[in-house]
Write a protein that binds this ligand. Structure first.
Ligand SMILES: Cc1ncc(COP(=O)(O)O)c(C=O)c1O
Length: 427
């Protein structure tokens, strides 16, 4: 709705009406958390058979007994499983513990401290920059901040980062050492990178020889629908183009089995994996291989993982669809309110120019919590004060109904307040 077409008294009356409705929500004194992409309790139950059967799995099937020290980069069977997920060879896999974010952090740490593949440690350079497509995943940006890496914000479009800008930047500037990408069901916009974007990323000229694409494939098998979305295999393109060392890819079972207590993995060239193993050698003896055996027995292979993910999708899909139905009812055709309709992943991205902070603030007063406005941008700087990330996985459908009503009302109020201020000069 274009509130600018109303007179000031009309708009004030409309706002008062909306505020009255909102007060009822506040009075309910509820608490709905939509801040982070956590699996719901029902989703966590899906992997419980893995724990029940754990005593019966064979932990000594491989030369290195899974219950003992050894096999730094993971069990063979686990590498095979992740190789299938990533679309690479088992020799191109390193298996870690419960968090892929930990692996991303570690690889940035290694690059800073020791350099990659014998290159100059990034710490000894005056400046190191990363390209950060935004809106993006706040934790990627936090890693950059922690290591003093300057972030260059590049617009995230419908099919991936704005590649004209990315190519121009990396061609000229050898202090740009990396880019963060969530190529499938991106956090938070839900988009899937197009073939063209994948090809351009894998083949673009980079001034830095040690440039790395941090290909965070967190949602590689996380489709909400039977027909999975296609993501071109970046390793296939890079292999042909001779740029395979450029890619560090990551995934985990955080949203397949147990969040933070599953297994994670890196896929990279054999040369990179050797380099990573050589550095990890000093950090630990091995990751939790008992958990790896449990996961291999439970997950089995990609086909079976897809069946497990269909159970997750059955729980998640109604929440995404409820959101879309209610937003369509409220804002269809409204050019001031935009929201994503993801086909996978964990997030819905909402854009309401100039109003994000106020919407999040208002919703919180009614007990509905969203990720802080701005968090999806480097340095938390959303210049347009527009983007809000919605994580619908945890609330029940009934809680979702409430939360979405609250959000709709908060959006209406924030927009009316904004117009009253901008057009009619109210404080
Ligand atoms: C894009 C992305 N990468 C990584 C993670 C965290 O993964 P993990 O649990 O494997 O550390 C998340 C969690 O929300 C995510 O959205």
């Amino acid at each position: 709705m274009d509130y600018k077409s109303f007179s000031k008294p009309e708009l004030e009356a409309l706002l008062a009406e909306e505020q009255k409705r909102f007060k009822k929500y506040v009075k309910e004194g509820r608490n709905v958390d939509m801040t982070r992409g956590r699996p719901s309790k029902e989703q966590l139950e899906i992997a419980m058979p893995m724990l029940k059967d754990a005593a019966n799995y064979d932990y000594s099937a491989e030369a290195a007994d899974a219950r003992n020290y050894g096999a730094l980069g993971g069990t063979k069977a686990c590498k095979v499983l992740f190789a299938e997920i990533f679309g690479v060879k088992p020799e191109e896999v390193f298996v870690g513990d419960g968090s892929s974010l930990d692996l991303m952090y570690t690889l940035v740490h290694f690059a800073k401290q020791f350099g990659v593949l014998g290159g100059t440690p990034w710490n000894s350079l005056k400046k190191v920059k990363f390209i950060c497509p935004a809106p993006g995943y706040d934790r990627h940006f936090s890693i950059c901040q922690q290591f003093g890496i300057e972030m260059i914000t590049v617009q995230m479009k419908e099919d991936g980062p704005d590649m004209d800008v990315v190519e121009a930047l990396v061609r000229e500037d050898d202090t740009i050492k990396g880019i963060w990408c969530v190529p499938k069901y991106s956090n938070p916009t839900g988009i899937v990178f197009s073939d063209s974007v994948v090809e351009r990323l894998a083949t673009m000229k980079t001034a830095a020889a040690d440039f790395r694409i941090f290909w965070d494939n967190a949602y590689v098998v996380h489709s909400l629908y039977d027909t999975d979305d296609h993501l071109k295999n970046i390793f296939d393109v890079a292999r042909k183009a001779g740029t395979i060392n450029r890619i560090y890819s990551f995934a985990s079972t955080s949203k397949i089995t147990f969040a933070g207590s599953g297994i994670s993995a890196i896929a990279a060239s054999e040369e990179n994996i050797k380099d990573i193993n050589a550095k990890m050698f000093f950090k630990c003896i091995n990751a939790n291989k008992v958990n790896q055996v449990m996961h291999v027995n439970f997950l089995k292979n990609l086909d079976n993982i897809k069946k497990i993910m269909a159970q997750h999708a059955a729980l998640l899909r109604p929440k995404f669809e409820l959101f879309d139905r209610k937003f369509t009812e409220a804002f269809d055709g409204d050019r001031f309110v935009k929201w994503s309709r993801p086909r996978g992943g964990y997030f819905i991205s909402v854009d309401v120019k100039s109003c994000a902070k106020r919407i999040v603030e208002l919703a919180a007063t009614a007990g509905v919590k969203f990720t802080a406005a701005g968090a999806t941008f480097p340095y938390k700087l959303d210049d347009l004060n527009s983007n809000i990330r919605v994580a619908p996985s945890v609330p029940s459908l009934e809680e979702m109904e409430f939360a979405v009503d609250v959000m709709i009302s908060a959006i209406r109020q924030a927009r009316m307040e904004h117009v009253l201020k901008k057009v009619f000069g109210e404080n």
